[in-house]
Design a binder for this molecule. Structure first.
Ligand SMILES: C[S@@+](CC[C@H](N)C(=O)[O-])C[C@H]1O[C@@H](n2cnc3c(N)ncnc32)[C@H](O)[C@@H]1O
Length: 389
């Protein structure tokens, strides 16, 4: 835990003074506790935390620090800790480094007042986010293949979290494109830049986007822990794990959750619990059962397959290849990934040195998946580069 907190502190430098100081406070308290010279009033908190750590295996070093910070943010968001709320922009507060000592005192008091709430948050939750700003990562490659109105689309998102990516065609966009601006109404609203060699290409794709809304008939998500924002606990978790100094991100999440509600009400969105590789045959069967003749079956994932080791990723790829050439063989099929480059991936020169790549896989002759690098962006996108145009 000491090393994990130290890593978070290093990460926060220049990124988040508030979270840097929150992790520093946990580190100071933990070091004192481990040396036997800790604050006696913090003993119940550390006892409860030790009990959680003895029972639950945390697979990644990021989990405990982020869940502890999330627990404090959660208490502020639900109104239980007005003192902590004062430091979070998401709660109307703010933070400056000169308040470090006062922040540490407030955290201490919060740990004393809420040891069970904080440690049960760590015990019961996984670090899970759903970034609403990744939509263009699948929309642009989809638009490059969609034939237009008259061709229905069935979306299948692998690693969908709360499924907020599945409705990105209903979000608003104000985009700087090579030949000017391109706008679409919707909420939340995103400003991105799109670059392409062919200055007219982004606009040619985007002009079809408003028509997509009428063509996407089903939106199916798969995740090993799907979150359902109609449930308070799931919505609260997503909110709490947004860092409390990033109020716009929380606003975007809340707006996306609102936009998603009608999709739940009209039954056009659904979620499946499962491993994204193992679930492919069942997802393909669902899509085939729902699809009309001529439909486009569109699988995609954004920052999800990067969590699979190479053998697991190979199973995912093989499962999709089999589905596209077998049960979905009568349909046009496309699989798009917005993911970090893989360690064993041989990239063409033009795709080198990008944080995140947009891969477009299609079944060519004899059912073999062929991969094309469609573009690139960042994990939290601000610019999209299109290699095709
Ligand atoms: C970083 S989140 C990204 C969520 C969403 N795609 C986005 O862009 O905001 C990764 C998601 O993939 C899911 N995930 C990771 N590995 C998975 C697997 N093997 N099977 C199912 N879901 C998985 C996680 O539960 C999590 O919801």
């Amino acid at each position: 835990m000491i090393r994990d907190l130290q890593k978070q502190i290093d990460y926060c430098r220049g990124v988040s003074p508030l979270y840097g100081d929150i992790f520093q406070t946990f580190l100071t308290f933990s070091l004192a506790h481990e040396s036997g010279e800790g604050d006696p009033q913090l003993v119940p908190f550390f006892k409860a935390l030790d009990a959680v750590r003895a029972k639950r295996v945390f697979v990644s070093w990021i989990e405990v620090p982020l869940l502890l910070a999330g627990a404090l943010h959660h208490l502020a968001l639900i109104g239980k800790s007005p003192a902590m709320a004062g430091y979070y922009a998401t709660c109307g507060g703010g933070y400056e480094a000169k308040e470090r000592d006062a922040l540490a005192r407030t955290i201490r008091q919060t740990l004393i007042d809420f040891p069970d709430e904080i440690t049960s948050f760590v015990r019961d939750n996984y670090v899970q986010t759903n970034e609403t700003g990744r939509g263009l990562g699948w929309l642009l490659p989809l638009l490059s293949r969609w034939r237009g109105p008259g061709q229905d689309i069935i979306l299948v998102e692998l690693g969908c979290s709360a499924g907020l990516g599945l409705i990105a065609d209903h979000y608003g966009y104000d985009l700087a494109v090579p030949d000017g601006r391109w706008r679409a109404e919707g909420s939340p609203h995103f400003c991105h830049k799109i670059e392409a060699i062919d200055a007219g290409y982004p606009r040619a794709l985007l002009d079809k986007m408003p028509l997509l809304r009428g063509a996407i008939t089903h939106r199916i998500g798969c995740d090993h822990n799907p979150l359902d924002c109609r449930k308070t606990a799931d919505k609260d978790l997503l909110e709490a794990l947004i860092w409390g100094d990033n109020a716009p991100r929380l606003e975007r999440l809340r707006a996306a959750i609102k936009t998603q509600i009608p999709f739940w009400q009209n039954g056009s969105i659904s979620q499946v619990r499962g491993d994204i590789a193992a679930a492919v045959p069942a997802l393909a069967a669902d899509a085939a059962a729902l699809a009309q003749e001529g439909a486009l079956i569109f699988f995609f994932n954004t920052i999800a397959s990067c969590y699979l080791d190479n053998a697991h990723y190979a199973r995912l790829k093989a499962a999709i290849e089999q589905a596209f050439s077998g049960p979905l063989g009568d349909f046009e099929c496309l699989w798009v990934e917005m993911e970090m480059p893989r360690d064993n991936e041989a990239l063409p020169d033009f795709a080198q040195d990008h944080e995140v790549l947009l891969r477009r896989h299609e079944c060519a002759a004899r059912g073999v998946l062929e991969t094309r690098y469609f573009g690139a962006t960042q994990a939290h996108p601000h610019t999209f580069w299109l290699f095709d145009g």
